[in-house]
Each structure stands twice: as C-alpha cells, then as structure tokens.
Write a protein that binds this ligand. Sequence first.
Ligand SMILES: Nc1ncnc2c1ncn2[C@@H]1O[C@H](COP(=O)(O)OP(=O)(O)OP(=O)(O)O)[C@@H](O)[C@H]1O
Ligand SMILES: [Mg+2]
Length: 330
Amino acid sequence: MSVPVLTFFNNKGGVGKTSLVFHLAWMLSEMGKRVVTIDLDPQANLTSAFLSEETLEELWNINDFSERNNTIYQCVRPLTEVGDILPPQTQEINSHLHLVPGDLALAGFEDFLSQEWLSAMGSTSLYRPFRIVTSFWQVAQMAAEQHGADIILADVGPNLGAINRSALIATDDVVIPLAADLFSLQGLRNLGPTLLRWRADWKKRVDNWASPAFALPIGNIQPVGYVLMQHSERLSRPVKSYKKWADRIPSTYRESVLNQALSQKFDGDCLAKLKHYRSLVPMAQEVHKPIFQLTPADGAIGSHAAAVASAWSDFNGLAIAILERIERMT
Ligand SMILES: Nc1ncnc2c1ncn2[C@@H]1O[C@H](COP(=O)(O)OP(=O)(O)OP(=O)(O)O)[C@@H](O)[C@H]1O
Ligand SMILES: [Mg+2]
C-alpha cells in the first residue's frame, strides 16, 4: 500500500502554497500524524523555511562531487546517467515530521522529464521512462516508508511544466490556494483543464504498460478544495474590487476544476479563508517556526500572543477540513 500524497498547487505564483505546506506539515505532526514533506520546487523555498542557512550550505555544497542522497535532485540524478533512484536521506524537523529537501539543481531535470514522458508512451522498453517520470513518487514513498508516514505533503513551483506534471501524477489529492484577483481566476481556468489532461495522459501510459516491473502512482489528482489566501490583498484596494473577484471564485472553481456547474448558493469547495498574519510572518520566518508556535521569547507578546492562538485555530481547522474530505473521497 502506498502512502497518500497531498499536493498544494496553483500555477499562479506567490499565492501562499509553500507557506501552507510548511504550516500544515507542522500542524498535522502536532495532531499526531506522521508526515513526510517533499520540496519539488526548484526555488526550494520550503526547504529554506525549514532549515538554517548553515544546513542549506552543507546540503547544496557544489564542491562535493561524491554520490549523495540528501536532496530530491541528488536522489534522482543517477537516472540521468545509468544509475537508479537513491533512497533519500531526510532531514528530521521533529519526531513526526521529516523533509526531503529541495534543490536548485532540480531545474536541470525538467528537459529530461519532458523527453521521458514521450518515451513512456511509445518506447519498446518502458522500464526506464517509467522509472524516471515516477521518480518523485518513488523517492517520496521511500521516505514515507523509512518514517512510517501517514501522509506526504508536496510543494511545487508555479508553472505547468514537466517537473510539475511528474509531481501531479504522483498526487492523490490536490488543494488549490488562491487569491481573490483576476490572475488567480485566470490561473484556475488554465489549471483545471491541465489537471484533467495530465490525469488522462498518465492513465493512458499506465494502461499501455501491460506488466509494470515496479509500483506506480495511481495519479488520481483528486481536487480537495481551495483555500482563499487573503494576505495578497492590497490594503489600499477597494473592498468592492475584492468582493467582485471573490464572488466569482466558487463558480469558476466548479466549472474549471471539477467540470461541473455550481448548482447551489452554498460554496462547499472553500476549505478556509486565511487572513494576513502581518508581523507574525517575519517573526516566525526568523526562527524557522510556524506562526502558531511563536512564544513570548520569539517576540510574540501582548496582542501578538492572541494572534498566535488564533492562527493555531485557523490551521487546526484547515487541517481537519482537509483530512475529513480526503477520507470522504477514498
Ligand atoms: N497568511 C499569510 N499572511 C501573511 N503573509 C503570507 C501569508 N501566506 C503567505 N504569506 C507570504 O506571501 C509570500 C508568498 O507566499 P508563498 O511563498 O507561500 O507563496 P507561493 O505560492 O509558494 O509562491 P511561489 O509561487 O513563488 O512558490 C511570502 O512572503 C509569504 O511569507
Ligand atoms: Mg512556493
């Protein structure tokens, strides 16, 4: 049995994907779940949210040419020559939370994935193309097995390229963070059909390989719902303009992502509306902690302490909503 993969995805940049993965990974681990989180964005922002600069310097040491397995790229790199995937050396964040670190060098894997996606359909020998296009899933599953994980959380970059296609076919459930603006709505209109196409294209490939030589992801890419991130709202923006875009989200999500018409007034797809956490954000980033774990020693005093408690409720509620829906859908 494979461990379910939950990915946070929107091809619109800066909507708060990484921030959500970071906070929910922490929250789920606090709730007693065993979590593996994997950074599949070559910007590696999730990795730098979790780890100190000193650790990053060690992980990304470009002068070390030995065979390493301490980032996602190092684990899949042997595939670009004649080798196979290396089981990952993860970073322990807490006893219930482990990270497969990202790597800026992962960007160099994009073209390779693109070619192998085509070979996974037409080639006479399917072993290697399938090994390569499913390599992110294989590494994530190896990490999950090492730590007895209940769930894998994946962070990806803001585009519809081959790295993200491999990340999404490795995905069971997808949450879409978005903002109430024109760009997010336009993004949704591209995202929905792309997810449908990737799902169908992956199914075609799996059906075409009569007797697979190793386990493959199912690639359900099941949409769980969206999270409306309010931090990207400009304070100067008129309330009317926010409302105009926010009102259009439920039907655009239904039509573009679920391929259905919104039949009722009640919007059941919104998992949460997350507010702007203001000065708590840099305070938490400084100490590599989630906002809801800030203490007076970190500077969270007075009204900040109340805001920390309220952030805990926000993320706890969101984690529960996501888990409930995933369970209902399986
Ligand atoms: N709820 C929030 N309140 C305040 N600031 C936030 C909140 N969520 C995210 N941010 C900030 O918004 C910025 C963008 O967030 P983040 O990096 O998570 O987005 P992203 O979607 O992962 O971006 P990219 O597309 O580049 O990967 C960051 O500076 C982050 O700290
Ligand atoms: Mg990000």
